[in-house]
Design a protein around this ligand. Structure first.
Ligand SMILES: [Zn+2]
Length: 410
């Protein structure tokens, strides 16, 4: 492993970690407000995890365990091609629109990453097809529950080295690899969501991905959103610039960027986004695997004010609130400008969401390259298999996204 001259690996890690922490911790000296995150909030997350473990496999569709992503070929809508890759064989599906994907990230010291390269295999962060025998994939739990402790530790190293010397995992998160998987899963268009991390330098994913998509001539298949950092004094100006150069969606991530969605300092940004007709894509809810110190930012009630005070601002709540989907679903039902990205929810939970919303304002998302596109697709197909749900299937897989973001229809 080569190292940057004059800097040890330990120093590099220190800069990376320090840079992220220093740049993204607002008012480090302020004691956190206890009303913002209560014992009841902590208990609620623990209860969700207990209930999920106790009830998995007991929903209307029964056990949902598969031998890795390729194991989804046992479902009627999928098969394996001669190369052994998972393919979707249902040609009755509409051109699917995925509103939640990402590309490889080369940040901070910008290790070499060729987003134009094809590699023999996509190494998803949940890489259940990377081992023999394949890792078990349970679609009836919140999807990150499929990571082992060991795999989570490995991912931490993968994410950290994206700012240092890079790694083979991220080098497979490229445009041709995404398009190949989209073709195999009948996904017509993907929205990729960059994130501004608040690093001291090398924090330009929006620009990198836009350039890479243009270079690949892939704008008919992939569109990039943009991101600003809540603590950046220029955030409103940056938003205007991105909108003027074509961005329709801005990604904000309360747990990674460490801010409360209803913080008073955020209001001018929402005001401007509403004026510009931009869509806000929030990471929604607690995933359960983020640092405990950042979980406080993502509990559903902190999203209520922006939904209420900016009724013309369309807001996507990513992951349908993740492990806080019960609270997030109530918010979405109460606000006409709330859209639920369904990525991550298990089959049993997705069934509840579909039943309560009738499919209205639900958006298909996969969180590629964390997971194979087929994982979320399989869950939607399982929950919409009945003849009465064919219209809802189409709505979730395509029509809702196109009504919110017409440019993704191409
Ligand atoms: Zn994501």
């Amino acid at each position: 492993m080569s190292e940057t001259p004059g800097l040890s690996r330990r120093q590099l890690l220190g800069i990376a970690a320090g840079g992220i922490a220093a740049a993204s911790t607002p008012g480090c000296d302020d004691a956190p407000d206890p009303a913002r995150y209560t014992q009841a909030d902590i208990d609620q997350l623990a209860r969700q995890q207990r209930d999920e473990a106790a009830n998995k496999g007991k929903g209307p569709y029964g056990e949902q365990r598969y031998a890795g992503y390729r194991g989804l070929a046992s479902l009627p809508w999928f098969d394996l091609n001669p190369a052994g890759d998972l393919i979707c064989i249902d040609d009755s599906l509409p051109g699917i629109v995925d509103v939640h994907a990402h590309l490889g990230m080369s940040i901070l010291f910008k290790p070499p990453l060729d987003l134009q390269a094809s590699t023999p295999r996509v190494r998803h962060l949940l890489d259940c097809d990377g081992t023999t025998p394949p890792g078990k994939l349970d679609l009836d739990i919140y999807i990150n529950g499929n990571f082992s402790e060991e795999a989570l530790g490995k991912n931490e190293r993968v994410l950290m080295t994206q700012g240092l010397w890079g790694n083979d995992v991220v080098r497979s998160h490229t445009i041709p690899n995404l398009i190949a998987e989209m073709d195999a899963m009948r996904v017509q268009h993907s929205l990729v969501l960059p994130i501004k991390l608040g690093l001291p330098f090398g924090d330009d994913l929006t620009e990198q991905w836009r350039t890479a998509i243009a270079t690949a001539n892939a704008s008919e298949r992939i569109t990039s959103g943009c991101s600003v950092h809540p603590q950046d004094p220029d955030r409103v100006e940056q938003l205007k610039h991105y909108a003027a150069t074509g961005a329709r969606v801005v990604k904000l991530h309360p747990t990674v960027q460490r801010f409360y969605p209803d913080d008073p300092s955020m209001m001018p940004l929402y005001e401007e986004a509403q004026r510009l007709g931009m869509v806000i894509f929030f990471h929604g809810g607690r995933a359960g695997i983020e640092p405990e110190s950042s979980q406080r930012y993502a509990v559903p009630r902190h999203y209520a004010k922006v939904l209420r005070d900016f009724p013309r601002l369309q807001i996507i709540l990513g992951h349908a609130g993740a492990r806080d989907s019960a609270g997030m679903l109530e918010l979405a039902l109460a606000h006409q400008n709330a859209w639920l990205g369904i990525h991550g929810q298990g089959v049993r939970s997705l069934e509840t969401i579909i039943r309560r919303t009738g499919g209205e304002r639900l958006l298909f998302g996969t969180d590629w390259p964390w997971y194979h596109l087929g994982a979320t697709l399989a869950k939607v197909l399982i929950c919409t298999d009945s003849p009465q749900r064919q219209a809802i299937r189409r709505t979730i897989l395509r029509d809702n996204a196109v009504s919110l973001l017409p440019s993704l229809a191409d």
